[in-house]
Design a protein around this ligand. Structure first.
Ligand code: HEC
Length: 133
């Protein structure tokens, strides 16, 4: 009796963990999709899409060819919300603080990250860990 109860409990725990993981995955997918819509509306015209461009382009591509993956999450959010001043001969990066929330910028980043190579994602996660709170 006790044994079957233990077994049932163990089975339940496994199930809970599995459904929990599935829920996380769905949440991630929804965030990436939301980020994709926002990216297309606000960023794609200047920064391009999933492929193409090169590291020296201004505005830089956010895909695997660019340098976005060199920067930590908190810096990318900051640059997006507050913009960057124009540099000689180049247009400015506009500030989005009146158009997008921090959550929305994070969804955009989640979308951009799907374009990177696994080692770029890994590197950027380490940089984020070192730089951001
Ligand atoms: C009007 C054109 C324009 C739009 C629209 C735009 N950007 Fe930019 N962005 C730029 C330019 C130009 C730079 C380069 C600035 C520099 O190097 O001084 C830049 C740079 C950046 C950078 C820093 C460089 C890097 O590592 O990639 C980030 C991050 C960035 N943009 C994110 C975004 C996001 C996210 C959006 C959409 C919400 C967006 N930008 C929309 C023009 C734009």
């Amino acid at each position: 009796m006790r044994r079957s109860l233990t077994r049932a409990l163990a089975a339940c725990t496994v199930l809970l963990v599995l459904t929990g993981c599935a829920a996380d995955e769905q949440a991630d997918e929804a965030e990436v999709a939301r980020g994709g819509e926002l990216y297309d509306r606000h960023c794609a015209a200047c920064h391009g899409g999933a492929t193409g461009g090169q590291i020296s382009d201004i505005p830089p591509p956010h895909n695997a060819e660019g340098h976005t993956w060199h920067h930590a999450d908190c810096d990318l959010v900051d640059m997006t919300l507050h913009g960057m001043p124009p540099r000689e001969g180049f247009p400015a990066m506009p500030a989005f603080e009146n158009e997008l929330t921090e959550d929305e910028v994070e969804a955009i980043l989640a979308h951009i990250k799907t374009w990177w190579e696994p080692d770029q994602r890994e590197h950027q996660a380490e940089v984020t860990e070192q730089v951001c709170d």
